[in-house]
Design a protein. Structure first.
Length: 324
C-alpha cells in the first residue's frame, strides 16, 4: 500500500526523468520507466483508463472510481512529466546545440546501462526470443538512419505525429522525440512548448491560444495512440513476456547509433528560427571527428550515465520491495 509521501513523490521524480528523456531525440522515456521499476504498472494503468470511469464514479463515488484507474499513480507521474517537459525543453535544446558531444555521451551511458538491466529480464532464450531481439535491433537501427522529412505544422499532421510518437515514447529504446525528428515535427512541437511557456509568463492570450490548439491536437493524437497500443503491450507482457523483453532490448541496442556522441554532418537544413542545423549525420570514431573530440570528458560522462541508471535501478528495486 503506497503512502502519499514519499512514495508518490518518488513517482513524480521518475516522471521528471521520463519527461526529460522524452524531450531528447534518441532517448526513450519508456526506458526510464522500465529501469525505475514502474513500466509494468504504467502499462496496466493506461489499460484501465477508459470511459467506464464515469459510470463507476456515478455508481460507486469518485474515490472508488479514482482508485480503480490507479489515479494517484497516474497524476503523480503525469505531473512530473509535464513539469519536466515545460522546464527542460529549452535547456535540453540549448545543450544539444552548444555541447552535443557531452550531452550524447551521458545519454549513451544511460542507454548502455538500460540494455544491460532490461536484458537481465529475459529469463529464457529460444528461437523466437533471438529472432525478436534481432528484429528489434535491426528496426531500431534503421530508424536512426532514415532521412527525416520536412517540418509540416498542419493540425492533421500534428495529430498523426502525436499518435505515432507516443507509441515510441512508451517503448524502451525507441525515442518518441526522434520519431518526431524523422516526421519533421520535432521543431514544431518543441517550439510550441516554448511558446506556450513564454505566453503563460507574459500573459499573451493570442500566443497562448495558438499554442494550446497545437499542443491539444498533438495531445489528442497521443492519447488515442497510447490507449490503443497499451492494450497490445499489456497482452504481449501477459502472454509473451520473454519475447517482448528481447524485442525491447533489441530496440535499445539499435538506438545506440543515434546517441553515439561523435557524428559527421552529411547535410544541413534551416530550422524554424532560420538557423542552419544538421539534417543527416553518420556516426564516426572519435579520432575522425573534426575539432576537439572531448574524449576524456565524454568517457567520464558515459560512465556517469551508466552509474545513474545503476543507482536508479537499485533505488527502484528497493522501493518496489518495500511497497510489496
Amino acid at each position: 500500500m503506497r503512502k502519499l509521501f514519499p512514495d508518490y513523490f518518488l513517482i513524480t521524480l521518475k516522471g521528471l526523468a521520463m519527461g526529460a528523456a522524452d524531450v531528447v531525440p534518441g532517448v526513450s522515456g519508456g526506458t526510464i520507466a522500465f529501469i525505475s521499476g514502474i513500466y509494468q504498472e504504467l502499462i496496466d494503468t493506461i489499460n484501465k483508463v477508459d470511459f467506464s470511469f464515469f459510470p463507476s464514479w456515478k455508481k460507486n463515488g469518485f474515490k472508488i472510481a479514482w482508485q480503480q484507474i490507479n489515479g494517484n499513480f497516474l497524476l503523480a507521474l503525469l505531473s512530473g512529466i509535464a513539469i519536466s517537459i515545460l522546464s527542460f525543453s529549452k535547456v535540453i535544446t540549448y545543450l544539444l546545440e552548444t555541447q552535443p558531444i557531452l550531452v550524447w555521451s551521458y545519454f549513451f551511458g544511460l542507454v548502455l546501462a538500460s540494455i544491460y538491466f532490461v536484458g537481465q529480464e529475459i529469463t529464457k532464450f529460444s528461437l523466437p526470443t533471438i529472432l525478436s531481439f534481432t528484429i528489434g535491433t535491426v528496426v531500431s537501427y534503421y530508424i536512426t538512419i532514415v532521412e527525416p522529412v520536412a517540418s509540416p505544422d498542419s493540425y492533421p499532421y500534428l495529430f498523426l505525429s502525436g499518435f505515432i510518437a507516443i507509441i515510441a515514447m512508451i517503448l524502451p529504446g525507441i525515442s518518441g522525440a526522434f520519431i518526431l525528428v524523422l516526421m519533421g515535427s520535432y521543431s514544431v512541437v518543441i517550439g510550441t512548448i516554448n511558446v506556450f511557456r513564454e505566453a503563460l509568463v507574459s500573459f499573451n492570450t493570442t500566443l497562448l491560444l495558438q499554442s494550446i490548439l497545437k499542443l491539444g491536437t498533438f495531445a489528442i493524437g497521443a492519447i488515442l495512440g497510447i490507449k490503443m497500443f497499451s492494450k497490445v503491450l499489456h497482452w504481449m507482457f501477459d502472454h509473451h513476456r520473454n519475447t517482448t523483453m528481447a524485442l525491447l532490448t533489441g530496440f535499445m541496442l539499435g538506438s545506440l547509433n543515434k546517441v553515439w556522441p561523435w557524428k559527421k554532418i552529411l547535410s544541413t537544413r534551416i530550422d524554424s528560427h532560420g538557423k542552419e542545423v544538421a539534417f543527416m549525420e553518420k556516426s564516426i570514431l572519435p579520432q575522425n571527428f573534426e575539432g576537439d573530440n572531448l574524449l576524456i570528458v565524454a568517457i567520464c560522462l558515459m560512465i556517469a550515465g551508466f552509474l545513474t541508471i545503476f543507482i536508479v535501478e537499485k533505488v527502484g528495486n528497493k522501493f518496489s520491495k518495500e511497497t510489496n
